[in-house]
Design a protein around this ligand. Structure first.
Ligand SMILES: [Cu+2]
Length: 636
């Protein structure tokens, strides 16, 4: 296995980081390690690095001193065994951790006032209660709690020990908790909207509903093994090469994505990942008004990643990659089978039927890098797919159990959701995902063009009004970089290398083909918008900076104003012929449906990156015919 400067920290390295920090006098005993990750060497250094060169290894840790409610950022140089920087960051709260979720749960279910409040509502079996802690926006926090690390808890009651954990919300009852001290600060009471008898079970053994019996087996076999290979973190498949990373926040990171074009290795992207997810619930009632989740910034897509199971999560000839993260004590925690690598057959790649030569057809294969995260009631399934013709598809599926809420018997449901069961509705909400795409199209220096399709008016040249042209407008500086999708012009964005041309003299490019984008539909003065104005536009472009990673700020927990993208673009850095980063905002505008209850089948959204004049012709022209002799082969 060949080591590389972009390899994620290993279990041993996490332990060493923790040990180095614990020996340092500045690190109090009362800290939680809220995150530890590889401190990536600068891009230029990584690109210069060659096998055999020394491998710089350093880590960035964020520590929360629970006793003092103070946040520290620490840099640790692993080779020097030294803390190279240690800084108190005032006025911020780092991400919440799994340990805190469990600690709050334990403290609250033992708390006499919680037990009493539940008993008053008729819930006497505490083992059936689920306590779900959410974080706050600063604007929603009761002022009397100042800058405490504050959580608010939703309560749910299972009908039976194995019953749906999110089937029966207990309305009008919230716990406000100091997450550092695990003190119950307040039990907040709102309207008790009842406890309707709902049909919410999704496990057949619990619901008693028999499963269908008419599916025959479907096996995917690759008797010769898969066509990809892994060397350390480097993945090679067909003409693609890339490197896999992973951290607590972004989950999977794809580095140094290149395509072998007839023997020439050509850059496509330096780094691609998900940088934020903002999920505002759009229901102003007591139970929901403060419910806005930052699943990446508050909890971490990596930290919430779950182990995958062969045959269920992934089918076929799978190579799994484990992920290692730090727990709250800084010690390594391994997520077994965190990333699934496999090839998929995806129907036809290209085909033509000629009356003389017959059908010429190629099956399409794709290389899939996937990963699943469970964040409380929802799961997010991320699929990065690479195709033989140079396309890249990024798909996200949301599944799990929708938040539901009762409304009083005899009344009609509020208009902010869809009725899905007896006196129960599922509030509308939105899942805004922000992909961070550091594309390097044939090198670092690129320019982004907004491309609109336009129909010129009827004229002498265009007597029938059928002409269609495209207009490309460069995004010249960051002040112009907040762009919106336009359905009427079928807008897309092209990342162009102004110094490289294809064989017909046009500049090589990759096109971001938008999908699943929607406007925020939120007044710009609302607190949730002020925290994350990144959701206000489909695309932002910035000049690449290693410091600019989190578009809604590095510390969105209890945030009030944006410290991310709108701050970064203020210097109005020029964007032409330079190293640019795209921030693509898309997701699910979730108008809830009855069919998504009691469990939601996947809602699927995606965007594509497509070569546009990057290759001189279809790069999959040499894709092979289905080999002879295979069962079902079309070529004899
Ligand atoms: Cu949803």
């Amino acid at each position: 296995m060949t080591a590389h400067p972009l390899d994620p920290l290993s279990a041993d390295e996490f332990s060493r980081v923790a040990a180095i920090l614990r020996r340092d006098d500045r690190v109090p005993d009362t800290v939680r390690f809220t995150s530890v990750e590889l401190r990536e060497p600068p891009k230029a250094e990584v690109k210069r690095w060659r096998t055999g060169d020394p491998i710089p290894r350093s880590a960035l840790a964020v520590l929360l001193d629970r006793a003092e409610n103070k946040t520290y950022e620490a840099c640790v140089d692993l080779a020097a065994e030294a803390v190279t920087a240690f800084e108190h960051i005032p006025g911020v709260q780092p991400n919440f951790t799994r340990d805190e979720f469990h600690d709050v749960d334990r403290a609250m279910r033992e708390h006499p006032a919680v037990i009493a409040a539940l008993a008053e509502r008729g819930f006497t079996d505490i083992d059936l209660i689920l306590i779900d802690v959410w974080t706050y926006a600063k604007a929603m926090m009761p002022e009397r709690y100042g800058d405490r690390r504050l959580g608010w808890c939703d309560l749910w009651a299972r009908a039976t020990p194995d019953g749906n954990p999110y089937g029966h919300p207990i309305s009008g009852l919230k716990l406000i908790v100091d997450v550092n001290t695990l003190e119950l600060l307040e039990i907040e009471l709102g309207p008790d909207n009842g406890f309707p008898d709902v049909d919410c079970e999704y496990i057949p053994e619990v619901s008693g509903r028999p499963m269908r019996t008419d599916l025959k087996s479907l096996n995917i076999t690759q008797p010769d093994g898969p066509s990809f290979s892994m060397d350390g973190t480097e993945l090679k498949w067909q003409n693609w090469t890339m490197r896999l990373g992973f951290n607590y926040r972004e989950g999977p990171v794809l580095y140094q994505v290149t395509f072998d074009d007839d023997g020439t290795t050509r850059d496509v992207a330096y780094r691609m990942s998900f940088a934020e997810m903002v999920v505002p619930y759009r229901d102003p009632t007591f139970d929901h008004y403060r419910r806005t989740a930052y699943d990446i910034g508050e909890w971490g897509l990596g930290a919430m990643t779950t182990s995958l199971e062969l045959g269920c999560d992934c089918l076929g000839e799978i190579v799994y990659v484990d992920a290692v993260l730090a727990d709250a004590t800084g010690e390594p925690r391994t997520i077994r089978n965190a990333i699934c690598l496999h090839e998929e057959d995806n129907a036809v790649l290209w085909k033509h039927v000629d009356h003389k030569t017959g059908a010429e057809v190629r099956r399409q294969r794709r290389m899939v890098v996937s990963c699943h995260a469970t964040v409380a009631n929802y799961e997010y399934l991320v699929y990065w797919r690479f195709y033989q013709d140079g396309n890249i598809e990024c798909e996200v599926r949301a599944t799990g159990i929708m938040v539901t809420t009762p409304y009083p018997e005899g009344q009609s449901a509020p208009p902010y959701g869809t009725v899905v069961d007896t006196n129960t509705y599922a509030p509308f909400h939105q899942h805004f995902l922000v992909a961070r795409l550091d594309l390097d199209v044939d090198g670092e220096n690129n320019t982004v063009f907004e491309v609109d399709s336009v129909a010129p008016p009827v004229s002498e040249d265009n007597p029938y009004g059928l002409a269609l042209v495209t207009q490309s407008t460069p995004i010249t500086s960051e002040a112009e970089s907040a762009r919106d999708f336009d359905w009427s012009t079928q807008r897309a964005w092209k990342v162009v290398n102004p110094a490289k041309t294809n064989r017909h003299g046009t500049n090589v490019a990759y096109k971001l083909v938008p999908g699943a984008c929607f406007p925020p539909m939120m007044d710009p003065t609302t607190p949730q918008y002020l925290r994350a104005p990144v959701i206000g536009h489909t695309l932002w472009v910035t000049r690449n900076s290693a410091e600019e990673r989190w578009p809604a700020g590095a510390y969105p927990v209890q945030s009030e104003v944006d410290t991310g993208i709108t701050e970064w673009v203020k210097d109005d850095a020029p964007l032409e012929d330079t190293d640019i980063v795209l921030w693509y905002v898309f997701g699910i505008h979730h108008i809830t449906r009855m069919e998504e209850w009691p469990i939601m089948s996947v809602d699927t959204v995606s965007f594509w990156l497509k070569p546009t004049g990057f290759f001189d012709q279809n790069p999959s022209i040499d894709a092979p015919r289905t080999s002879k002799g295979q069962p079902g082969s079309c070529h004899s």
